[in-house]
Design a protein around this ligand. Sequence first.
Ligand SMILES: [Zn+2]
Length: 67
Amino acid sequence: MDIRLLDILVCPLCKGQLRHDRAAHLLGCRTDRLSFPIRDGIPVMLESEAQPWQDETEAPAAETPHA
Ligand SMILES: [Zn+2]
């Protein structure tokens, strides 16, 4: 299933764009170094559920920002 929701989901703390880690089933925020779990395909955007996270796949030209 195509999860288009991810395109509009932002970090509840900094309102920044989230990185979707499909393998780990989480959404990560680079700014806050936090990850939000995806349970049954539904992102849990709660600060209380967030875990420490670091983007290990961080690459300069990995993403193409779209307005
Ligand atoms: Zn954030």
